[in-house]
Design a protein around this ligand. Structure first.
Ligand code: ADP
Ligand code: ZN
Ligand code: ZN
Length: 680
């Protein structure tokens, strides 16, 4: 056996890997992540390194390989533990060890303008301190109510007994989950242990981030996705110096090198941003649980609309459920749905229903605030009838077909195609087509209807720059606008007591996004959007416009019945053999040459079918993903369905090995993506 070793883990080029032979006295004692001493360079100076893998065959001349001198088994250093986590990530999600290491280790990079980034850093800290004081003036810490106290007490009792587990804090919108996290964190911090808090996107949830700063003051550090690698490295150095006890941030905060981690909190655990878009395409929830297991930390997931798999695991007993049934302040809003087919039948062709127009008008008169939410998902071009609500579906897959160049309707799962028609096959009306109305268009229409209203628009275009989101949200929060119009980014955890009406313009848009998570995402978006209303003293109202008022995800969102939704959705997943009943993976092939890509995809499918000796998997496709071409690179996708995740990971390894030695794949890139997938 031979060991692959990295010497300097902070080096930008982590791919400098050295191979060493294993002397007989160390045989069988070494593990991935373990720190070893090796002779290095011409003078054979002893240096410390980490084992990142083993191989049976040497990659160099056997006689020239040096041997490992010493190993230090025992409690692993934090670096060693992160390296073992990287090895697990590689196994579980595919890709190379280098890619996995780059994900978990903070890499040293000289920042070009060190002073300016430091300046920036201090400015941000000062700003945070200022806001903290402001927050304290506004009201301090609330006393936990009975439900909150019970959840916090249960956690504390178990944690103090040494129990480490995964919990779901399942609480309706506005039930005060943040206060419960804070209490749990105090339990952990008071034992001298450290906490990681993951939130979906700092810029969008800065209110929540500030509450953590307020409670833990200087011991908190914040990471955000727009930080340069230098800034990030600097934060990680502060962690290693022991200055920090609580790290708040997006996905990457998960790899904070805390040496005595006690708790990982994951707020809004159902959010799609927890899935990595790059190889390794890991899911932060799963990696958090693995890290918790390796390091003896508890995990607390929180949501009003848990992902179906998390709730499934609660039912199976592998995650403990802590429930908050009531809002801490205010009441849940009243929700009404408007059937937009009815509107059309009665001659109202506009994008706003009469009920919504009336609702906005009265709010403007009463000087209350309105949030309008336009569902941006599902723009892949599904085709529907505005008259009867018909949607063109695939005969084989139970997903919506997508329009291709206005002529063909295509299934992105199995490749099925049919011709597009100009009249609705169900009711014969000519109102059939793709639904397209961006936020800008809606803003124009709003100005026409309500010229006096002050409208803020929040979408990808209006929020360029580091502070874009925050400024818009602050302006709205200060009451300097009447209507906030936006895509799903505005539904994330904000708390505006002035908002008494939330309008959802087209609830269906995400329903027919052509993927199997469409109903779950629609339900989550609607409940979260509705949850923005009525946070203050006045009861809120929610109006959901839809072409499918009978769809279960819309009906059950309107009545805020998560569990009923979960049951229905699980039944559908069972029928279709989708996760969490089965495991699903996508194999994404990409390349410049479309023909060659197709050939490679067909070969790969055959290979995987053969590799599946036990005949435990289904290999589906190749099909065209929703976005077929990105900057002249074509993509194809093959789906794998199976019951045994470990078995599927083995097939993945075999496939990766096959691709590496097969020249036919030299110009084709192949990536694995396990459920929940977000590339579609
Ligand atoms: P969630 O994250 O569950 O949607 P939040 O944590 O944002 O809810 O809390 C909603 C609001 O309720 C916040 O304004 C918070 O300050 C307030 N709140 C939380 N707990 C209490 C409590 N025990 N008493 C009074 N207000 C509370
Ligand atoms: Zn029709
Ligand atoms: Zn299909």
């Amino acid at each position: 056996m031979y060991a692959d070793i990295i010497i300097d883990i902070t080096h930008e080029k982590l791919d400098r890997i050295f191979q060493y032979s294993i002397p007989s006295h160390l045989e069988g004692m070494l593990e991935i992540g373990m720190e070893v001493v090796v002779p290095f360079g011409r003078g054979n100076h002893p240096k410390n390194g980490y084992i990142i893998g083993f191989s049976r065959e040497p990659s160099y001349d056997r006689t020239k390989l040096k041997a490992i001198q010493k190993a230090a088994p025992g409690r692993m250093s934090i670096e060693a533990r992160l390296i073992s986590l990287a090895a697990w990530i590689k196994e579980e999600y595919g890709g190379t060890m280098i890619q996995a290491l780059k994900t978990v280790l903070p890499v040293k990079k000289e920042t070009r303008s060190r002073t300016s980034s430091l300046e920036q850093f201090f400015l941000e800290q000062k700003e945070a301190a200022r806001q903290k004081q402001e927050y304290e003036r506004q009201g301090g810490r609330p006393v936990l109510n009975k439900e909150q106290q019970e959840a916090a007490d249960l956690f504390r009792e178990e944690f103090c007994k040494g129990v480490r587990d995964t919990y779901l804090l399942y609480g309706v919108t506005g039930s005060g989950k943040t206060e419960v996290y804070l209490s749990m964190m105090e339990t952990v911090v008071s034992q001298g242990k450290q906490v990681i808090v993951m939130i979906p996107e700092i810029a969008l949830t800065y209110q929540t981030a500030l509450r953590f700063c307020e409670r833990f003051g200087d011991r908190v550090a914040i990471l955000h996705s727009r930080m340069s690698p230098g800034e990030r490295y600097h934060q990680m150095e502060r962690v290693k110096q022991g200055e920090i006890q609580v790290m708040i941030g997006p996905r990457s905060a998960l790899f904070t090198p805390f040496s005595d981690l006690g708790l990982i909190v994951m707020d809004e655990e159902h959010e799609g941003t927890y899935k990595s878009e790059q190889v390794p395409r890991y899911h932060a929830r799963e990696v958090a649980r693995k890290r918790g297991e390796l390091e003896g930390a508890s995990i607390v997931l929180g949501s009003a609309t848990p992902s179906v798999e998390t709730f499934f695991q609660c039912e199976e007993g592998t995650i403990r459920k802590l429930t908050l049934q009531n809002r801490a302040e205010g009441r849940l809003p009243s929700v009404r749905t408007v059937d937009m087919r009815e509107e059309l039948r009665e001659g109202h062709t506009g994008i706003f229903s009469r009920l919504l127009l009336e609702g906005i008008r009265t709010r403007l008169e009463k000087k209350e605030q309105v949030m309008l939410f336009l569902n941006r998902r599902g723009y892949a071009g599904f085709v529907s009838c505005r008259s009867c609500g018909y949607v063109a579906m695939c005969r084989h897959c139970d997903v919506a077909l997508s329009e291709h160049r206005g002529k063909k309707l295509v299934c992105h799962y199995c490749g099925y195609e049919e011709n597009r028609t100009n009249i609705c096959p169900k009711c014969g009306s000519p109102y059939i087509g793709g639904f397209k109305a961006g936020t800008q268009k809606v803003e124009e229409l709003l100005h026409k209807e309500f010229p006096e209203a002050r409208v803020l628009r929040m979408d990808m275009d209006s929020t360029k720059g580091k502070e874009g989101h925050r400024r818009i949200l602050e302006t709205f929060g200060a009451g300097e606008a009447d209507i906030l119009l936006g895509t799903q980014m505005i539904v994330k955890g904000h708390d505006y007591s002035g908002v008494t009406l939330v309008g959802v313009l087209a609830a269906d848009l995400s329903l027919y996004a052509d993927d199997y998570l469409a109903a779950e995402r629609t339900f989550q978006l609607l409940v979260q959007a509705a949850g923005r209303a009525g946070r203050g003293e006045k009861r809120g109202e929610v109006i959901i416009q839809t072409y499918n008022p009978e769809h279960y995800s819309i009906q059950l969102a309107a009545t805020q019945q998560y569990e009923a939704f979960y049951q229905k959705e699980l039944y559908y997943r069972e029928m279709m053999e989708y996760p969490p009943i089965s495991h699903l993976a996508a194999v994404i092939l990409s390349g410049k040459d479309k023909e060659r890509l197709q050939t490679a995809a067909v070969y790969l499918k055959k290979f995987m079918e053969k590799a599946d000796r036990k005949q435990e998997m289904r290999v589906i496709g190749p099909a065209v993903p929703a976005v077929e071409k990105v900057s002249d690179i074509y993509r194809k996708v093959i789906y794998l369905k199976g019951k045994d995740r470990k078995y599927m990971a083995r097939i993945k390894d075999l496939t990766e090995a096959y691709i590496e030695i097969n020249r036919g794949f030299s110009e084709v890139k192949v990536q694995f993506d396990f459920h929940p997938m977000n590339f579609l």
